[in-house]
Design a protein around this ligand. Structure first.
Ligand SMILES: [Zn+2]
Length: 480
């Protein structure tokens, strides 16, 4: 009966922008800074207090986003960003940007040829330079440029028992906890603001979204205990109220139907309500591995033969590795699952946003034999300039674990008779990811370059890597 009366009420709730709060963690907590999130770079800049107002250096702000040149001449400061010209005058609130006047909230400042602009004016003038919308959340000092962030939508299946599907546009890794009448998910994210939605349901009554201290929190309220499980590669969290009167044959009607969503395979992975530590935060102990098939699209990588591009080998290899890892209980996200282009910064940013437990970049070469496993070789402190240093050494805290992972991969591949060697290299984007990170470069075996496209050969390598990661799984942990 329940299946015939089942009614799927699809509610597109709200579009919330969420993103990792990671970059600011690298700077000391008492230093004021602004974090910038854009599709090409994620970075943090110091904020300066001048005459009771907050300022930021304009050159530093624009440099990671495009080509910038500046020229100062007495009181005047000229800046060219890509093809956009602007002129500022020290001590004046009026500037000329892209041929039109712009009035700042407080005067433009020039200090040692460094132009400073008031933070409060960023959302006003930046779109003129960038040609893209910006969303500046001033109280949180977070600046979003263009289309970044993860979208969330909700879908309530009002059958008995009810199920709420929370869909994300990218995989997520929240900490989930329960307390009477409530299921709480904490994301290392921010959103454009607080939102709340009520459901026309007796059991699951509403969901609310809020921001506290850099984290984002999504609470689902109900009159009965709730369970949560992941599906769809961690892009959907299914919230259900299993104790509601039984509904034996809920039939799925589509790929997103919660009835088809497999629960997490690990025992105890579902968050059971009402137990002794129900108020404690319970992590879901399933490690997310981000697998990055290097190169792609226009950027073909090495020419392994006349016809064979590295980008194609890395993609096939990545898919095999995904399968091997999934069989060992990992959640896996491929940074590309097709012939697409991304920059190294985008790859690092994607891994960081996903808050993965491990990042593995895959390359292939025609020379040599076997494989090489790399960990990051970080720049020496002080050699890179100022605020960008943090981005270049993001890997530092995780490097010891990265080396453990590398050693495990070397050992497992040797067991399978690969000639393999571990080393460090200043290989981007390893430097820029926060979690343990390695790069594996696959070289031919006994059959020469033909091995690189051999499913058998790739399979041996992938299963060795997956075994190695499984053997150090406890070290990878789920970040909070
Ligand atoms: Zn490569």
């Amino acid at each position: 009966m329940s299946s015939t009366t089942k009614k799927t009420l699809a509610i597109l709730l709200a579009v919330l922008t969420v993103l990792s709060a990671a970059p600011s963690a690298l700077l000391s907590a008492d230093e004021k800074h602004v974090s910038v999130y854009s599709p090409v770079a994620i970075y943090t800049l110091p904020v300066l207090d001048r005459a009771g107002r907050e300022y930021v250096g304009l050159l530093e702000l624009l440099e990671p986003l495009g080509r910038v040149r500046t020229q100062s001449e007495g009181w005047r400061w000229r800046l060219r960003y890509n093809a956009v010209d602007a002129e500022f005058v020290a001590g004046s609130t009026r500037a000329r940007i892209r041929g039109r006047d712009f009035d700042f909230i407080a005067p433009f400042l020039l200090e040692n040829s460094r132009g400073l602009v008031p933070l409060s004016s960023l959302s006003g003038f930046l779109p003129r330079f960038l040609g893209a919308p910006v969303n500046f959340r001033e109280s949180a000092r977070r600046l979003f440029v263009g289309d970044v962030g993860i979208q969330i939508s909700f879908q309530l299946d009002a059958s008995t028992p009810p199920r709420l599907a929370v869909n994300f546009s990218a995989p997520v890794n929240p900490t989930i906890s329960t307390e009477p009448g409530k299921l709480r998910m904490i994301f290392k994210v921010v959103s454009p603001g607080s939102q709340s939605i009520s459901f026309d349901n007796q059991v699951i009554t509403h969901a609310s979204y809020s921001e506290n201290n850099g984290d984002a929190e999504l609470d689902v309220a109900a009159n009965e205990p709730l369970l949560a499980s992941f599906s769809n590669d961690r892009r959907t969290i299914i919230v259900s109220a299993p104790q509601t009167a039984a509904a034996p044959n809920v039939v799925g009607t589509g790929p997103q139907n919660p009835a088809q969503a497999p629960p997490l395979s690990a025992p105890g992975a579902n968050i059971a309500p009402g137990n002794a530590n129900s108020n404690a935060n319970i992590n879901v102990h399933r490690v997310l591995a981000v697998v990055d098939p290097a190169h792609g699209g226009e950027e073909r990588g090495a020419a392994l033969t006349d016809k064979l591009a590295e980008k194609d080998v890395t993609l096939g290899f990545a898919r095999l590795l995904r399968h091997e890892l999934e069989m060992r209980g990992f959640a896996v996200a491929l940074l590309r699952d097709g012939d697409t282009t991304s920059t190294l910064d985008q790859r690092a940013a994607a891994a960081n946003v996903l808050r993965a437990g491990i990042y593995i970049s895959l390359h292939a070469v025609a020379q040599g034999s076997g494989a090489r496993v790399y960990t990051a070789l970080l720049p020496v402190e002080g050699t890179s300039k100022g605020v960008f240093h943090a981005w270049n050494v993001a890997q530092a805290p995780s490097l010891p674990v990265s080396r453990i992972v590398s050693a495990a991969i070397v050992a497992e591949m040797q067991k399978r008779e690969f000639r393999v060697q571990g080393s460090s290299a200043s290989l981007r984007p390893l430097n820029n990811v926060f979690m343990p990170a390695v790069a594996v470069e696959l070289a031919p075996g006994a059959n020469g370059v033909a091995d690189l496209t051999s499913a058998n050969y790739q399979q041996r390598a992938a299963s060795a890597i997956a075994n190695a990661l499984a053997s150090v799984r406890d070290r990878l942990g789920v970040q909070q």
